[in-house]
Design a protein around this ligand. Structure first.
Ligand SMILES: [Ca+2]
Length: 351
């Protein structure tokens, strides 16, 4: 496992390194992310691949909104978006949102395998977005295989430069680890990830223990990733997004032609009275780009153990480079940070 160690002089409690100051000896995930953040403001954007089960819940669309807003600010370079299910409308929905934010040519990969998820899957808004908003990828059948696209893109990047944000089941990540050499790289999937990926930011699991949907609908995948992924993993557990409610302001502040707004308007789990929804996926994206800031602390002294059924538990052992987020300020304050990004128009349309 590649470890990045910052000089002690750079470790400042109260900054984004608060978590590492508090707890652990195995602090490379925190430090690694801190490195990406300090580098971002001074030099180049963070290269992100988003792996999202868009259409199941509307927080996926919101996570894409946040990602694009950070790209508009120059803090993120979006390498690709990946859809881990067979539904042919996931890739078009991603294309809708990428197009809305002025990036219609972002590569989109989709799952081509036969895995049967252990739970019901939905198209709450993918087809509706595709029917209403401009885009040119009409079906996921025309999108490339996500594993091949992961390998193609990773092979071209600088070493230890890519942050993967996974906000759905981890089917693609597990299959990427298991992939073999191809025309893009002679490395195994695991070695390719080890060489090119800096950090994996996951929405999934629960802490100190959980039974969370992203993990349990593909438990073999989540378990394999937790046990063999060769870079730091930072989990935003169920309890993090559960406490942070966003979405209401989309209805009054987002442009009427916003597909992110439409995803919330069409999602049956948005609260009918408050018009809010939990913010699970946005938190993994926010952390991936900005680190802990004042929003979170990190628990890194231990590892996330996932069993065959998808139940997880944090165990006190430091043999893996895992961390999980702990809320560090009132949830409403983090909600404002997230919702400001969700409702803002694309840079291309700002006056
Ligand atoms: Ca999701």
């Amino acid at each position: 496992m590649k470890k990045i160690t910052l000089p002690v002089s750079l470790i400042i409690c109260g900054s984004i390194l608060l978590g590492s100051c508090q707890s652990k000896s195995n602090s490379s995930a925190t430090e690694n992310n801190a490195t990406s953040n300090s580098a971002t403001s001074a030099t180049k954007p963070i290269k992100i691949i988003l792996d999202s089960d868009i259409g199941q819940d509307c927080d996926d669309a919101a996570a894409m909104a946040i990602m694009h807003q950070f790209a508009d600010k120059g803090e993120v370079e979006i390498l690709a978006t990946m859809f881990p299910m067979q539904d042919p409308m996931g890739a078009p929905a991603m294309d809708v949102i990428n197009t809305y934010y002025g990036r219609p040519d972002i590569p989109i990969g989709t799952y081509k395998g036969n895995f049967k998820y252990r739970g019901e899957l939905w198209d709450h808004y993918n087809t509706k977005l595709a029917n209403k908003f401009p885009h040119d990828l009409k079906t996921g059948k025309d999108a490339p295989d996500a594993i091949a696209l992961y390998r193609q893109i990773l092979a071209k990047q600088e070493d230890t430069s890519v942050v993967i944000v996974a906000v759905g089941p981890e089917r693609l990540l597990a299959d990427l680890l298991k992939s073999g050499p191809d025309d893009y790289s002679q490395l195994s999937g695991r070695d390719l990830v080890k060489q090119k990926v800096k950090m994996l930011s996951v929405m999934g699991a629960g802490f100190p223990k959980g039974d969370e949907w992203n993990i349990k609908i593909a438990p073999d995948a989540s378990k394999l990733v937790a046990e063999t992924w060769p870079t730091p993993i930072v989990y935003s557990g169920n309890e993090i997004g559960q406490a942070i409610r966003t979405g209401r302001r989309l209805l009054t502040e987002a442009p009427e032609n916003s597909p992110v707004r439409a995803s919330f308007e069409n999602h049956p789990f948005v609260d009918s009275v408050t018009k809010d929804r939990q913010s699970w996926d946005q938190t993994a994206m926010l952390f991936a780009v900005q680190g802990t800031q004042n929003n979170w602390k990190l628990e890194s002294n231990g590892f996330n153990n996932i069993d065959e059924t998808g139940k997880n538990e944090w165990r006190q052992n430091t043999d893996k480079d895992h961390s999980y987020l702990i809320l560090n300020r009132p949830a409403a304050e983090v909600a404002k940070v997230i919702e400001d990004l969700m409702v803002a128009p694309p840079a291309s349309t700002k006056k």
